[in-house]
Design a protein around this ligand. Structure first.
Ligand code: SAH
Ligand code: SF4
Ligand code: F3S
Length: 475
């Protein structure tokens, strides 16, 4: 596929616009009622869907992949860009049709758009029954009960404590090899373009022991990789209520890495201002903490970064990248980039292009600026770059990043990597796919005796623009 500006707006671990996913019904006969759920947005939203699934299971609901016949139709929404909200509104039209066809069915809107629009949702969308924000999922059963008696319900209370630490997620849509673990919620950074602090509330960190217990349980179930999730993982900070000892993100990483040396540990997302030497040393010193850091820059220009309220400038970011490559020479770094932010000039856009080249990102998630109501930027700065310019700049960024990714891949030819086998390649059932520590996907022919979840050594022989190809050289 030839990526265009449009396809480049696809998902980031904590971005959005991943297509809605529908989950398979297992053990159909055991449940009295059925829920159908679609999820949009970032990995955290998908992880939340697994919390909601757990809450619903206790209420006697089982999942279904068909809207037809479902008792509860749920949509877990994203607000990060206008397009994400447009997608949800389109899907709700389809949900409304299904509700009319299924007598007694209810529609629930969950997630960030629910939080942003609150009770306005019920006015705008007459067929919606419940609206539930990201910190109120425990209230879903009582909201459903109320709606069954004709009382439409809204709970969008944000919490300073809720981390759902005690709820064991139902792993939906899993390959049985990799799983997400939420380690914190909310965000205290006020990037001027971003709606997340408003939809997810204040930052709070989850109990260390519940995280380690979840990782241990996943390992025991056969999982080989966990990704620790948060909008800003490096500011993880948990105080043990008994000892008052404060646990940092670097310490958490090491605790999870020690669950088993064969359990790969990844994390997302790192804010450049918070990642420190301790985190880099943890990566360097533990083979199973992957040599990969997602370090969004957003813009390569210091004036724009200041307007974005990112709290670092170009030079500071460059020093951080230099330090990463110094401590972990084979580390892969990726980024998020926004083009056409308020008042961005052509020269300032050039600074973004040059930093992509300089930082040698293995990949980036790239977007054009979308003004979000209520944010600092929406209140203070005119959205004055026309759409055509925003899109043209985005295309330039996409083209350059593709070129850089290709260069990076060409440099890998001849190298041998440890790869975790994640599944069969989409293109050929004769091939496996898996990623190396640097998070690069490698395709290689299947070999007798090797199964999904195994680690293998793969020598790279070839590359396309996006994917490495190789052969197993040893197990
Ligand atoms: N917490 C993460 C990012 C979460 S949102 C971080 O700080 O890195 C994922 C990405 O969406 C952001 O990094 C940014 O590139 C993009 N994004 C957020 N708000 C946006 C907006 N209003 N318009 C365009 N892109 C946006
Ligand atoms: Fe948004 Fe900034 Fe928080 Fe990321 S760090 S979620 S971009 S406010
Ligand atoms: Fe995630 Fe979208 Fe909310 S990116 S935090 S689901 S606004």
């Amino acid at each position: 596929m030839n990526p265009t500006a449009e396809s480049a707006t696809h998902n980031t671990p904590l971005g959005e616009e991943k297509q809605g996913e529908v989950y398979l019904a297992e053990r159909k006969e055991e449940f009295a009622k059925r829920y159908y759920i679609e999820s949009y947005g970032c990995a955290m939203n998908f992880a939340d869907t697994e919390i909601v699934a757990s809450i619903l299971t206790k209420e006697g609901y089982g999942p279904t992949e068909e809207m037809d016949g479902a008792d509860l139709l749920l949509i877990n929404t994203c607000s990060i860009r206008e397009k994400a909200e447009d997608t949800v509104r389109k899907r709700l039209k389809i949900f409304n049709k299904a509700k009319r066809a299924n007598k007694g069915a209810m529609i629930g809107v969950l997630g960030c758009m629910a939080e942003r629009l609150k009770s306005k949702f019920l006015e705008e969308e007459k067929l919606v029954d419940i609206v539930v924000g990201p910190d109120a999922y425990r209230d879903i059963p009582s909201l459903i009960a109320g709606a069954e008696h004709g009382n439409k319900g809204v709970n969008v209370l944000l919490s300073r404590e809720e981390t759902y630490a005690d709820i064991s997620p139902v792993r939906l849509d899993s390959n049985g090899v990799s799983a997400f673990i939420s380690i914190m919620r909310g965000c205290d950074n006020m990037c001027s373009f971003c709606v997340v602090p408003f939809t997810r509330g204040r930052e709070r960190s989850r109990d260390l022991y519940s995280i380690v217990a979840e990782a241990t349980e996943l390992w025991e179930q056969g999982y080989k990789e966990v990704t620790l999730l948060g909008q800003n993982v490096d500011s993880y900070k948990w105080e043990n209520p008994e000892t008052k000892e404060v646990v940092s993100f670097a310490q958490l990483l090491v605790h999870v890495a020690k669950v088993n040396p064969k359990l790969r540990v990844r994390f997302s997302t790192s804010h450049p201002k918070d990642i420190d030497d301790e985190v880099m040393f943890a990566i360097r010193d533990h083979h199973n903490i992957c040599n990969y850091i997602h370090l969004p820059i957003q813009s390569g220009n210091s004036r724009i970064l200041k307007l974005m309220n990112r709290t670092y400038d170009r030079e500071w970011y460059m020093d951080k990248v230099k330090r990463i490559y110094e401590v972990i020479p084979d580390c892969a770094i990726s980024s998020d980039i926004i083009t056409g932010f308020c008042s961005e000039t052509e020269e300032e856009h050039q600074d973004t292009l040059s930093i992509i080249e300089w930082a040698k990102y293995t990949m980036s998630y790239m977007f054009y600026y979308s003004e979000r109501p209520g944010t600092l930027a929406a209140r203070k700065y005119p959205d004055d770059i026309d759409l055509k310019t925003k899109k043209r700049r985005l295309q330039e960024v996409v083209d350059l990043q593709l070129e850089m990714s290709h260069q990076h891949n060409l440099n890998d030819i001849g190298k041998t990597f440890e790869v975790l086998v994640e599944g069969t390649s989409k293109k050929s059932d004769q091939d496996y796919k898996g990623r190396n520590s640097q998070n690069k996907m490698i395709i290689f022919p299947k070999v007798e005796g090797i199964k999904i979840g195994d680690y293998v050594m793969v020598k790279v022989g070839d590359t396309t623009k996006a994917t490495l190809k190789g052969k197993i050289v040893s197990v």
